[in-house]
Design a protein around this ligand. Structure first.
Ligand code: ZN
Length: 445
């Protein structure tokens, strides 16, 4: 079996149970897994020199809408709150098709890979003009990232009192049928899986109570995970109280949307009892700090969640509400935002890095990822700290979050090279950017 030795890193951050960091450390990859972590390791295979680098587990992104890379910085949505922002973008998204889905996904995935991400989820909840979840899965295979796509859905259009236009919603029986199709076609429960499918009605304000319940039953039947948006901002809470007569946590609990197989995006407005509910049930949270800033949603109570034992991970969220998809930058923002809310000791650089790596793997139910130790999958980020950003740094691990860089030097997924020397090696990236810009111009016309 082929071997790769990452050798002589300034620090290897393992995220193992003791949070061990190895100075002058090596990581030996054999096939798709980590064979050894230590000092002075040897191989007859390929050697990757890592002097001046920090080596970490690959970062994990737990919330995204990759298709939105085609609607970044749209003028009408730049300064709107969540609901107004959505109403601006829905008519544009209604013009997407399979090509837009595949190319926008390639763009978003490449952006994530360059920022150290080895595994990402995606929440695709609209399927106009023949688009399918399959389009994004093709893109993930092409670039070689570990992928947890979720089959999203919207079923309540404007005429039924919902937010999205009727042209973007689907009938609920058809949604459930396609959910079953994509799970059967693509979900791999095995250790080391490159694709795992989840089920993800878009939000409580765009699908019926029945669909939420049916999706939960189907997910449990198939052994897949559940994902949606929850408690994102004040409008969201007001909608829940007015329409359902309860807060979002209660709504989720009543419909079977709590448990170790569920993770919710945002959760900015969870109160104390909802935080306890999430901790008690093992329900995960995808914290999306840049999106929360961008849409003025507020500061998620991440410190309180972590202290209560809630599993917290990071999400860059859709590229139309961030509008970047840089995951290491997202980790830095998560750290800074908790400090804005709770003071300079509210979150350390190392804790933010833990949330970005191990935290993400835990939320996605991947005990085989997120840690650099023998037997775990070889998903690894190599960060070059010898550049200008960190020049003069005393603690290179903290410097990764406090200073930079914001691009990875090398990235391995399942032991395969995806980024080398700061460049994606699995894609013609200039070609992808050109096609993406061409598609964006066509949407503007
Ligand atoms: Zn989202």
């Amino acid at each position: 079996m082929s071997e790769i030795l990452i050798r002589n890193a300034a620090r290897v951050v393992t995220m193992d149970a003791g949070r061990t960091e190895v100075e002058g450390g090596d990581v030996l990859i054999r096939g798709g897994v980590i064979a050894a972590v230590g000092q002075g390791l040897a191989t007859r295979g390929t050697v990757v020199e890592a002097q001046g680098c920090v080596v970490t587990p690959g970062l994990v992104n737990t919330h995204h809408h990759l298709y939105q890379t085609l609607t970044r910085a749209v003028p009408g949505g730049q300064d709107a709150l969540l609901f107004g922002w959505l109403k601006t973008l829905y008519p544009i998204w209604a013009r997407f098709g399979p090509e837009e889905m595949r190319v926008s996904a390639l763009t978003g995935l490449a952006e994530l890979a360059l920022s150290g991400c080895t595994m990402t989820s995606d929440h695709l909840y609209l399927y106009p003009n023949g688009a399918r979840l399959d389009d994004t899965i093709d893109a993930a295979r092409e670039i070689g990232l570990r992928f947890h796509p979720t089959r999203g859905a919207m079923s309540i259009g404007t005429s039924a009192g919902g937010l999205p236009p009727d042209s973007l919603v689907e009938a609920e029986p058809a949604i459930l049928k396609d959910m079953e199709r994509v799970v059967d076609a693509f979900h791999d429960p095995a250790e080391g899986a490159m694709v795992r499918v989840g089920l993800a009605p878009c939000s409580p304000f765009s699908v019926s109570r029945d669909l939420m319940r049916e999706a939960a039953l189907l997910a449990r039947d198939k052994g897949v995970m559940l994902h949606t948006h929850l408690a994102e901002n004040d409008e969201d809470i007001a909608y829940s109280l007015a329409q359902f007569g309860c807060r979002p946590g209660q709504y989720a609990e009543d419909l079977g949307w709590t448990g170790a197989d569920v993770w919710h995006a945002h959760c900015v407005k969870l109160d104390g009892s909802e935080i306890d509910l999430f901790a008690r049930t093992g329900t995960g949270v995808a914290h999306c700090p840049c999106s929360n800033c961008r849409l003025g949603s507020g500061i998620a109570p991440v410190r309180a969640m972590r202290d209560a034992g809630v599993k917290v991970a990071l999400g860059v969220d859709g590229s139309a509400s961030n509008d970047a998809g840089n995951l290491i930058a997202e980790a830095r923002t998560a750290m800074l935002l908790q400090r804005v809310a709770r003071g300079a000791d509210a979150m350390s650089a190392r804790e933010a890095l833990e949330i970005a790596t191990l935290g993400g793997a835990r939320v996605l139910g991947r005990s085989d990822c997120g840690v650099l130790e023998p037997g775990k999958r070889a998903d690894i980020a190599v960060w070059d700290l010898s550049g200008i950003e960190a020049a003069g740094a005393w603690d290179l691990v903290a410097a990764l979050l406090l200073c930079g860089p914001t691009r990875v030097r090398d990235l391995f997924v399942e032991g395969r090279s995806v980024v080398r020397g700061g460049q994606i090696v699995t894609l013609d990236l200039p070609g992808v950017i050109e096609t993406q810009n061409h598609l964006a111009r066509r949407l503007m016309a």
